[in-house]
Design a protein around this ligand. Structure first.
Ligand code: TEU
Ligand code: CA
Length: 543
C-alpha cells in the first residue's frame, strides 16, 4: 500500500477575509487568493485549508454558515470558487474546505424553519428544550460567554448554542440532519476539493441534558457513518479540530482501519502557557521543558500504524507564534526560523498559517474599538462587568491571546494598507508593514520565507522527515534537541529556545548541515548556541 499523499504534504491556511482584497471593499476575497497562487506555489505547499467561504452573516467571521452550498457575497461567487479549485490544481495545490458541522447560522433556512413552531418539520434539526423553573434548562456555557441556551419567545423554548446565539447547534441525533450534512459534503467533493477541516468535530456527539459536550458516546459512530457516506473511495485529506484530544483519543479518530479521519489537531501544547484551571486569557510564560514533554509524547505515542499527527503553532484563533514563544523585537528573524525548524522537522503534517512564513507579529491595541473578534469583544465586556480586572488588564490579556492578532490583513508590500486593499480594511493592518511584508521577505535571501520554503522541500525530498522515528535528547531546559532515525540515517535537530546563549554538547560527528539559522555548526563538542539558534545536521552517532 502506498502512503497517502497527505503524510508528506504541507498545508497552508488562508483566512480569506484578511488575505487580499481585489474589489476595493476592504475585505479579502476569492479572486485575491487566486492572485497569490503563484506565491503559494513558490513557497511549495501542497494544499490550502480555506477558512469558511460559505454564505454567512459573519457573526463569527464565516463560522456561522447560512448556506453551505453558496459563497459569501463579500468573497465572490461560486464561479470564483470553481476557478480557485481549478487554478490551484494546475499548481498541484489542493483546496481543503472548512466544514462547520456542529452548528449553523441562525439565518440558515433550517433554523428559520425550525423556530417557526414546535411541530415544524425542521424543529428537530436543532436542540430545543423547555425552561427549567423559568430559567435555562441547565448551566451549560457558551465558549463566547454567557449561557449556552437562548429562549425563543415565539415557541417559548430554549435552543442550544455552544458558541454565539447566532450559532445554534445542530441535532446530530437526528438522522435527517446527518443525511443533509453528508449530501452537502458530497456536493463539495463533486466540485473537486482535496479534503476538509472539521470545525469542533469533537462536539457533535454531545448530550446536553447530561452536560456532555466533547467526546460524546456516539461521536465515533457518526464519524464512521460520515466517512462511509462521503470520504470513502475518494483520495481526500480530513483533519478534525479536537481541543481535548489525548494520543489515545487521537487514535480513535485516525487509526486507518477505523476509517474516520486522516488526522486531528490536538491542542495540548497550545494550552501550556495559561494558568492551570484558568482559561486562555490568564497567560503565563512558557515552560520549555513542559513543551518538550508534550511534543515528545505526541511524537512517540502516535505511530503511522495507529494514527497521524498534525503539526502547528498558529491558526486563525491563536496569537502569532513569534510574539508568543519567540521574540518579536531584536530576535524576530532568528526566533521565527527556530520555531519553524523545530516544528517542521517533526513527524506529522505541518500547517502554516498565513503570514507565519514571513514572521508576522501580534498587533497590540490601545482601545477595544480596534478589535473585531466576537470572542475578544464579549470577553472584554463581560470581564469589565464582573469587575475583577481593570480595562487595561483585560486589554493586556487580549493583546497577548486575542484572535485578532492572527486576523490582521496580510501586508504584501510597503504601500497603503500593506497592499492588502486600497480602501480602509475591515480591520487595520499591523503598523509594522513597512518592514515586515511579503515583498521584503522575497527580496531577502536570508528571510524567514526561504527557511519555510527550504523546510517544505526537505520534507518532500527526505523520507526521514516524514517517517523517521523521533528521539528526544536530554539537554538543559532551554535547549530542545531531538533525533530523527530512518534506516541507517540519523538527523539531529538542535534548537535554543531562549534569548540567551546556551550550551549543547554531543559526541556525534557532523556529516552534513541540512539547514541552520546561524553559521553552519563545525562540531558538536560544547557548542555555544546563539539566541534562538537552530540547526539540523546529519550525523554519525557514537555508540
Ligand atoms: O474554534 C473552536 C473553539 O473552541 C474556539 O472557541 C476556541 O476555543 C477559541 O477560538 C480559542 O481562542 C472553532 C473555530 O476555529 C473558531 O474560529 C470558531 O469561532 C469556533 O470553532 C466556532 O465555530
Ligand atoms: Ca473584496
Amino acid at each position: 500500500m502506498t502512503a497517502p499523499w497527505w503524510q508528506s504534504a504541507v498545508v497552508y491556511q488562508v483566512y480569506p477575509r484578511s488575505f487580499q482584497d481585489t474589489n476595493h471593499d476592504g475585505i479579502g476575497d476569492i479572486q485575491g487568493i487566486i492572485s497569490h497562487l503563484d506565491y503559494l506555489q513558490k513557497l511549495g505547499v501542497d494544499a490550502i485549508w480555506l477558512s469558511p467561504v460559505y454564505a454567512s452573516p459573519n457573526d463569527d467571521n464565516g463560522y456561522d454558515i447560512s448556506d453551505y452550498e453558496n459563497i459569501m457575497a463579500e468573497f465572490g461567487t461560486m464561479t470564483d470558487m470553481e476557478a480557485l479549485i481549478h487554478d490551484a490544481r494546475e499548481r498541484n495545490i489542493k483546496i481543503v474546505m472548512d466544514l462547520v458541522l456542529n452548528h449553523t447560522s441562525d439565518e440558515h433556512a433550517w433554523f428559520i424553519e425550525s423556530k417557526r413552531s414546535r411541530d415544524n418539520d425542521y424543529r428537530d434539526f436543532y436542540i430545543w428544550r423547555d425552561a427549567n423553573h423559568n430559567a435555562a434548562p441547565n448551566d451549560l456555557h457558551s465558549a463566547f460567554g454567557g449561557s449556552a441556551w437562548t429562549l425563543d419567545p415565539l415557541t417559548n423554548q430554549y435552543y442550544l448554542h455552544l458558541f454565539s446565539p447566532k450559532q445554534p447547534d445542530l441535532n446530530w441525533t437526528n438522522p435527517d440532519v446527518r443525511q443533509a450534512i453528508y449530501a452537502m459534503i458530497n456536493f463539495w467533493i463533486d466540485k473537486g476539493v482535496g479534503g476538509f477541516r472539521l470545525d469542533v468535530i469533537d462536539l457533535i456527539g454531545k448530550i446536553p441534558d447530561d452536560k456532555i459536550t466533547a467526546n460524546g458516546p456516539k461521536l465515533h459512530d457518526y464519524l464512521k457513518e460520515m466517512n462511509q457516506a462521503t470520504f470513502a473511495n475518494h483520495d481526500l485529506m480530513t483533519v478534525g479540530e479536537t481541543w481535548g484530544a489525548t494520543p489515545d483519543i487521537a487514535k480513535l479518530y485516525t487509526r486507518p482501519d477505523r476509517k474516520e479521519l486522516s488526522m486531528v489537531f490536538q491542542f495540548e501544547h497550545i494550552t501550556l502557557d495559561q494558568e492551570s484551571g484558568q482559561d486562555k486569557w490568564f497567560y503565563i510564560p512558557l515552560d520549555v521543558s513542559k513543551l518538550k514533554g508534550v511534543m515528545t509524547k505526541w511524537q512517540t505515542q502516535l505511530n503511522s500504524d495507529d494514527g497521524w499527527n498534525s503539526l502547528f503553532w498558529n491558526n486563525h484563533d491563536l496569537p502569532r507564534i513569534v510574539s508568543r514563544w519567540g521574540n518579536d523585537t531584536i530576535h524576530r528573524v532568528a526566533s521565527a526560523k527556530m520555531l519553524a525548524i523545530l516544528l517542521h522537522m517533526m513527524k506529522g503534517t505541518p500547517y502554516i498559517y498565513q503570514g507565519e512564513e514571513i514572521g508576522l507579529t501580534n498587533t497590540p491595541v490601545k482601545d477595544i474599538s480596534d478589535l473585531r473578534d466576537i470572542e475578544s469583544l464579549n470577553y472584554y465586556h463581560d470581564s469589565l462587568k464582573n469587575g475583577y480586572l481593570s480595562s487595561d488588564a483585560i486589554l493586556d490579556q487580549i493583546n497577548h491571546k486575542g484572535r485578532d492578532n492572527a486576523r490582521r490583513p496580510i501586508p504584501w508590500r510597503n504601500s497603503l494598507n500593506g497592499g492588502f486593499s486600497d480602501v480602509d480594511p475591515w480591520i487595520d493592518v499591523n503598523s509594522n508593514y513597512p518592514d515586515i511584508n511579503v515583498e521584503a521577505a522575497l527580496n531577502d535571501s536570508n528571510s524567514i520565507f526561504y527557511t519555510y520554503q527550504k523546510l517544505i522541500t526537505l520534507r518532500h525530498q527526505n523520507p526521514i522527515v516524514v517517517y523517521g522515528d523521533f528521539e528526544l535528547i536530554d539537554t538543559v531546559d532551554q535547549v530542545f534537541a531531538y533525533y530523527r532515525h530512518y534506516h541507517d540515517l540519523t538527523w539531529l535537530v538542535v534548537t535554543n529556545f531562549s534569548n540567551q546563549t546556551n550550551t549543547f554538547t554531543s559526541e556525534d560527528h557532523i556529516e552534513a548541515t541540512i539547514v541552520a539559522n546561524y553559521d553552519e555548526p563545525k562540531n558538536l563538542h560544547n557548542k555555544i548556541l546563539q539566541p534562538y539558534e537552530a540547526f539540523v545536521v546529519q550525523v554519525t552517532t557514537k555508540l
